[in-house]
Design a protein around this ligand. Structure first.
Ligand SMILES: [Zn+2]
Length: 258
């Protein structure tokens, strides 16, 4: 395998560890869920966490344990005695149908799960991920594991060209243009769901979400930030931000013992 695959495997292991470190795959969920990334110079392949490891938990995912898979979900390369993740078809079918998608995450986040199962439409509750829940997030109306090609294609059809899909009683799937975005989408989804839960518990079903005009106002203000007289000077001498602070922080944290 070319050198690039090793770099992709490392990034995928880091992403899986971040899902654990941030609580999306921790405690009773420690071995559940998987992050994957398409191989940039071989778009017909992707790398995903597999099964069959001595210790199968996302927090201890190792680069050399990651599995290379083709767009039919077929096993291409990995350590002896391992398999792809059981639900590899949700990854392979979405990658095949969506050339724009470079990364996919599946986890079983608690608040997203409970509210989705009870048909609570998530309202934007804070700025962190408000756009993700601004419209309706589609729901896949089954809690079964996604094993067959037919299951995978139904998931791909259900998510459509969107960034997120709820699986009834079985967590969620998020997509992204890179690992950072697909993982951040999952984190934002769960954060919004948690705040929805809090508001529902405190105020009942008619609790308020952020109005659309306030989200538009936020976007306009953010876009114009660099033109503010007191910020323009310092901003001009700063390097462009290519990686978010949350992602950088957790990458460094989980890489320390890799
Ligand atoms: Zn699952």
């Amino acid at each position: 395998m070319p050198r690039e695959i090793d770099e992709v495997k490392r990034e995928v292991a880091v992403a899986n560890r971040i899902l654990a470190e941030t609580g999306l795959a921790a405690h009773i969920l420690a071995s559940l869920g998987h992050a994957s990334m398409r191989v940039p110079n071989q778009p017909g392949l992707f790398v995903v966490k597999g099964r069959g490891y001595p210790t199968d938990a996302l927090r201890v995912a190792r680069p050399e344990e990651m599995i290379v898979v083709d767009l039919d979900g077929g096993y291409v390369d990995g350590p002896r005695g391992t398999s792809q993740c059981y639900e590899v078809k949700m990854h392979s079918c979405i990658y095949r149908e969506r050339p724009d998608v470079q990364s996919i995450v599946h986890t079983h986040p608690r608040y997203t799960n409970v509210l989705g199962l009870n048909d609570v439409k998530l309202k934007p509750m804070s700025n962190e991920g408000h756009q993700l829940v601004r419209g309706d997030i589609p729901v896949f109306p089954h809690s079964k594991l996604i094993i067959t090609e037919e299951d995978g294609m139904q998931v791909a059809e259900a998510i459509g060209d969107g960034p997120a899909l709820l699986l009834r009683g079985h967590g969620a799937v998020t997509t992204g243009r890179n690992l950072e975005q697909s993982v951040m989408h999952m984190l934002h989804l769960e954060e919004q769901a948690r705040l929805n839960w809090v508001a529902y518990a405190a105020f009942g079903p008619d609790y308020k979400g952020i109005p659309a005009e306030n989200m538009d106002e936020f976007a306009a203000g953010y876009a114009a930030m660099g033109k503010a007289p007191h910020l323009a000077g310092p901003f001009a001498s700063m390097p462009p931000v290519t990686v978010g602070g949350v992602w950088k922080y957790y990458t460094e944290l989980v890489s320390a013992d890799m």
